[in-house]
Design a protein around this ligand. Structure first.
Ligand code: GDP
Ligand code: IMO
Ligand code: MG
Length: 441
């Protein structure tokens, strides 16, 4: 009996080892609570990698009541002895990164090249990217995207156009001087034509060269590093930023960000191939939110007012009020398909604690057509009318529940139903922003 138990435990451990590398993605429009879930899952992972986006992201982690918002640094940084990696797929604002590192250090968090590294091939965000982002939004007027104005679109644009500067250029003063001067010259002409102020090369160079030298000790070939880590048995957690419907290919284009935020992006954005990935965890709220413009079929004033009234759902990066709506299972089912989501972490269940009748969207109607998947045309999606089913609310606080059984029966039924509609396993239910407000189902 003892031997069998031992072998099973060993098999379990081996199996767990096999289920090592996890991609965590947002299954909605961003801000699903990825930061919180990454922080929880990092307890057992060795390495955490950001693979896409830039400091447009804002990932909130609350530990012992203390709130930290991370923009570029992986959310694993709050735990000791975890290797945090910024992968090649990220666009990196060096000034923002240095200030984030300094802020964390002031709060007693250790950041050294032993626990934090960044890819030499990540692209760099410069002030002309931010200026262009702002100027283009102004030009679009009421058709604006509602970007975070962090220069993300123009930086990825330069990467695709093969005129971007990478971290390797940033940390080499001589290369930076030559390449930056040419880029500023070209971009100043564009900025002037858009009515924006041109930039001073001297000033930008001084500032970015200083940041580059600060960051130099942290720069590595992260592809080789990650493969070494995996070979030595490290469990890697890939921290998605933004959400499925902000993906440049699979989102509600053009109201999207400029990277592949979905699970495939974890491979291209880190250099770890698909067959080394073992599991995809999708994070989604028990309702829906979106910040910025673009279609949101289940948007609803009642739930928006309720959540904002509770002081919730304000953007972690820009402070903007997030648009809120009912849970949209057409969207989340689509997210399962695109990302290959195995397991679900459903957050903010407690946000629905006082709602009498909870609606869940199960299809869209557009004229005579009924959709059970997301139509690709943002205009069509904006015109879709949700088909709802209703759930009776539990009207009991859930934030102190520690196990699935302790949750009100109606909350249990709601969680099971939305997981089933999403077509993935219910893995975590989150009932508050803290680490201890996490129920493993
Ligand atoms: P991320 O971008 O996906 O990491 O999400 P954000 O940090 O931008 O937004 C999620 C917000 O929800 C943050 O304020 C979190 O602290 C908070 N949060 C996460 N999970 C829960 C939960 O289960 N309940 C409550 N009340 N807040 C949560
Ligand atoms: P996290 O990682 C929510 C949105 C912006 C805008 C669109 C394009 O915290 O979930 P961009 O600045 O990327 O060009 O803006 O994408 N957006 C996010 N919304 N959460 C985010 O990140 C977001 N990052 C970008 O509001 O609608
Ligand atoms: Mg966020």
């Amino acid at each position: 009996m003892f031997v069998r138990g031992f072998l099973l435990a060993l098999a379990g451990a081996a199996c767990e080892k096999f289920m090592a590398n996890t991609i965590l993605v947002g299954a909605q429009w961003g801000d699903e609570g990825k930061g919180k879930i990454i922080d929880v899952l990092t307890e057992t992972a060795g390495v955490v990698v950001r693979y896409a986006g830039g400091n447009n992201a804002g990932h909130t982690v609350i530990v012992k009541g203390k709130k930290t918002v991370l923009h570029l640094i992986p959310s694993g940084i709050l735990r000791k002895n975890k290797l945090c990696v910024i992968g090649n797929g990220v666009v990196l604002d060096p000034i923002g990164l240095v200030s984030e590192m300094e802020g964390l250090k002031k709060n007693g968090i250790k950041i050294t090249p032993r626990n934090f590294v960044l890819s030499e091939t990540a692209h760099v965000v410069f002030p002309y990217h931010r200026e262009l982002d702002g100027a283009r939004e102004l030009l679009k007027g009421k058709n604006k995207i509602g970007t975070t104005k962090r220069g993300i679109g123009p930086a990825y644009g330069d990467k695709a156009a093969r005129v971007g500067l990478r971290v390797n250029d940033l940390i080499d003063s001589a290369k930076l001087r030559v390449k930056l001067e040419a880029r500023i010259k070209e971009n100043n002409a564009v900025l002037k034509s858009l009515g924006a102020k041109p930039l001073s090369f001297k000033q930008v160079f001084a500032e970015y060269n200083k940041a580059g030298q600060y960051l130099k000790p942290f720069v590595q070939n992260t592809v080789v590093l990650l493969h070494e880590q995996i070979r030595h048995g490290a469990e890697v957690l890939f921290e998605g930023a933004q959400g499925t419907f902000l993906d440049i290919d699979h989102g509600t284009y053009p109201f999207v960000t400029s990277s592949n935020t979905t699970a495939g992006g974890a491979c291209t954005g880190s250099g770890v191939p698909p067959h080394r990935m073992d599991r995809v965890v999708g994070v989604m709220k028990a309702y829906t939110t979106r910040v910025g413009e673009g279609p949101l079929p289940t948007e609803n004033a009642e739930i928006s007012d309720l959540l904002h009234g509770m002081g919730r759902e304000f953007g972690a990066t820009t402070g903007r009020a997030r648009r809120c709506g009912w849970f949209d299972s057409v969207a989340t089912r689509h997210a399962t398909m695109v990302n290959g989501i195995d397991d679900l972490a459903i957050t903010n269940l407690d946000g629905l604690d006082t709602v009498e009748n909870i609606k869940v969207c199960v299809a869209y109607r557009h004229g005579k057509t009924q959709y059970d998947y997301m139509p690709n045309d943002a205009q069509v999606l904006a015109e879709c009318v949700p088909v709802y089913v209703e759930f009776e609310g539990w009207r009991t606080p859930t934030d102190k529940c520690k196990t699935f059984k302790q949750l009100p029966k109606k909350a249990q039924a709601y969680l099971k139903a939305i997981a089933e509609l999403t077509n993935a396993n219910l893995y975590i239910a989150s009932v508050g922003p803290g680490r201890d407000q996490t129920i493993f189902v």
